[in-house]
Design a protein around this ligand. Structure first.
Ligand SMILES: O=C([C@H](O)CO)[C@H](O)[C@H](O)COP(=O)(O)O
Length: 210
């Protein structure tokens, strides 16, 4: 299982300072949606220039104009971009088309999807590279939040999937056992006192489990 760091900070300088501590421990660098909204796609270009050997993930959460937005992200240097699974099929098809044109990956973010199993089958047919089983920050803040619901969907998924939703050292084992190809960790890394140690710790747990 790969480790993806989600950077939900708001400046390119802060993102680069964090990466200076954690990049060696992660496989995929995610530029979060708030960061891209604050900085524009220049943050993607700057991070890819600084880390050309890492996969750079632009969390665009595209809801419309799929081909155009995916094209913008890939032209900026992204290796992977996200389209919302709740978007119209034509939007997802457009993003997939741009992904194929650039030879890059398009991920469908399942945030807010009610019937995740049914949508997953449709997304597979549309040719997305993988799906992200995702509970967003607002969902995580609700009383009684549990990552288990996402893992349940993952266990019966017949395509590659990542998981995002408050993954930390306690939860990462369950994510690996559910069969995820990528574990996404945001706050558990950027919010840690020692982000380098936090990322290294998650990496170590993955190695132990694998
Ligand atoms: O995608 C995310 C969210 O929508 C805000 O951009 C997060 O990066 C994702 O949820 C992972 O972060 P954590 O839940 O803090 O691990």
């Amino acid at each position: 299982m790969k480790l993806q760091v989600a950077i939900d900070l708001l400046s390119t300088a802060d993102a680069l300072a964090l990466l200076n501590k954690v990049a060696e421990h992660v496989d995929v660098i995610e530029l979060g949606t708030p960061l891209i909204k604050q900085q524009g796609l220049s943050v993607v270009t700057n991070v890819k220039a600084a880390y050309p050997d890492k996969l750079v993930f632009a969390d665009m959460k595209t809801m419309d104009a799929g081909e155009l937005e995916a094209d913008l992200a890939f032209k900026a240097g992204a290796d992977i971009m996200t389209v919302l699974a709740t978007a119209a099929d034509s939007t997802i098809a457009g993003a997939v088309k741009a992904g194929k044109a650039h030879g890059k990956a398009v991920v469908a973010d399942m945030i807010g999807v009610a019937d995740k199993a049914a949508r997953l089958h449709e997304l597979k047919a549309m040719g997305v590279s993988w799906v992200e089983l995702h509970a967003g920050l607002d969902e995580q803040a609700q009383a009684g939040y549990s990552i288990e619901k996402l893992l349940e969907v993952g266990r019966s998924a017949d395509m590659p999937f990542s998981v995002a939703g408050g993954i930390n050292a306690e939860r990462i084992g369950g994510v690996e056992s559910a069969g995820a190809t990528i574990a996404v960790a945001g706050a558990a890394i950027y919010g840690a006192k020692d982000p380098g140690a936090a990322a290294a710790g998650l990496r170590k747990k993955i190695k132990q489990l694998g």
